[in-house]
Design a binder for this molecule. Structure first.
Ligand SMILES: Nc1ccn([C@H]2C[C@H](O)[C@@H](COP(=O)(O)OP(=O)(O)OP(=O)(O)O)O2)c(=O)n1
Length: 124
């Protein structure tokens, strides 16, 4: 995706805390449906695609050494590349959960609650 198109998309979209997993899930389902790709979006294929995108994400950090929080030394192109690979991982993850019939948002919230019980603040 070109930079100008990306900027245009960013300008037209709301802030990220307003984006729901449900909205992403629905957009992905439509994206696959209109292309006749639903047949290929089975759990195994999506898991493999997800792992492939995690590999692409890892390549961005490969050989860089430690990276400062906020990525102050990164170019805007590098940051845009990172946004895209992070997004690919998220999109395949959400799609995988959807075709498995799982509510990923609720599952994630429940897991945070479970984590809090396993690791109480008083013990940290
Ligand atoms: N069968 C497919 C193929 C692609 N996508 C969507 C989900 C991902 O967000 C993105 C992945 O597209 P590419 O396979 O073209 O991967 P990249 O965007 O990473 O391109 P490249 O590997 O050339 O860097 O497209 C999808 O939903 N189903």
């Amino acid at each position: 995706m070109g930079s100008s198109m990306n900027e245009e998309l960013k300008a037209s979209s709301s802030t990220w805390e307003c984006v729901s997993l449900s909205e992403i899930k629905d957009k992905l389902a439509e994206f696959a449906e209109v292309r006749g790709w639903t047949q290929y979006h089975c759990p195994r294929n999506l898991l493999l695609a997800l792992v492939g995108e995690v590999g692409e994400l890892s390549e961005i950090f490969q050989w860089r050494g430690e990276v400062a929080k906020g990525l102050p030394d990164w170019s805007s192109d590098d940051k845009e590349h990172l946004e895209e690979e992070l997004s690919d991982v998220l999109l395949y993850l959400v799609r995988l959960a959807d075709v498995c019939g799982l509510d990923l948002g609720q599952a994630a919230l429940a897991k945070i609650t479970k984590n809090a019980m396993k690791y109480p603040v008083s013990a940290s």
